[in-house]
Design a protein around this ligand. Structure first.
Ligand code: HEM
Length: 165
């Protein structure tokens, strides 16, 4: 295997670490600390600023994951019409795992988009301390937790895919 392949896998794993690690840090440490800030306006502003800053990092990671993931597929020989058009490939162990991985990636990207561009910003705009703000923040939090859980499942599938089974 080439140096470019190893560099691609390194960037891929680091992007997964930064994205998923950031989500888990926010769910387990950041959000619980922010929820204890008494001043409702300050609390809302902190959630909003952290959310917007992490959104940029998260989407850069998603871009890197897709680009390096495509490179990895190519390097592994899982690329091109001959492979993707072959029912035998999708029935093989690698094909099933790759299908599961791509489905999980698709779900994660949709959940991230709903959270980052719709629920999160709406929660930030709602009147601080209002019932509406609380409802939106709770829904955003559940979508984010679900996405972090999907990320953990995805790493399990990725580890099996990389080792052939
Ligand atoms: C379109 C998106 C993606 C594609 C096409 C893709 C493809 C791949 C491929 C082919 C490998 C195997 C590399 C090798 O060992 O040769 C791999 C490894 C890996 N992927 Fe992805 N991936 C994608 C997205 C993601 C996402 C979103 C995550 C996690 C959040 C992720 C986490 C990982 C990890 C942790 C490994 C290393 C597994 C190991 O070596 O144990 N990938 N990916």
């Amino acid at each position: 295997m080439s140096t470019a392949y190893y560099l691609s896998v390194t960037v891929h794993v680091l992007a997964a670490v930064v994205w998923l690690g950031g989500m888990l840090f926010f769910a387990l440490v950041g959000a619980p600390v922010l929820r204890r800030v008494d001043d409702a306006a300050l609390r809302a502003e902190l959630f909003d600023r952290l959310g917007r800053a992490f959104r940029v990092v998260g989407w850069i990671c998603i871009g890197l994951l897709v680009a390096t993931g495509a490179f990895n597929l190519h390097a592994r020989g899982w690329w091109g019409g001959a492979v993707w058009g072959s029912p035998a490939f999708w029935r093989s162990r690698a094909g099933v795992l790759l299908g599961a991985k791509l489905a999980a990636v698709g779900i994660m990207v949709v959940l991230a988009a709903v959270h980052d561009f719709w629920l999160g910003p709406r929660a930030g705009r709602a009147a601080p301390g209002s019932a509406e703000a609380l409802r939106l923040r709770r829904t955003s939090a559940w979508v984010a937790r679900l996405n972090a859980l999907m990320g953990v499942v995805l790493v399990y599938v990725a580890a099996r895919l990389a080792r052939g089974g």
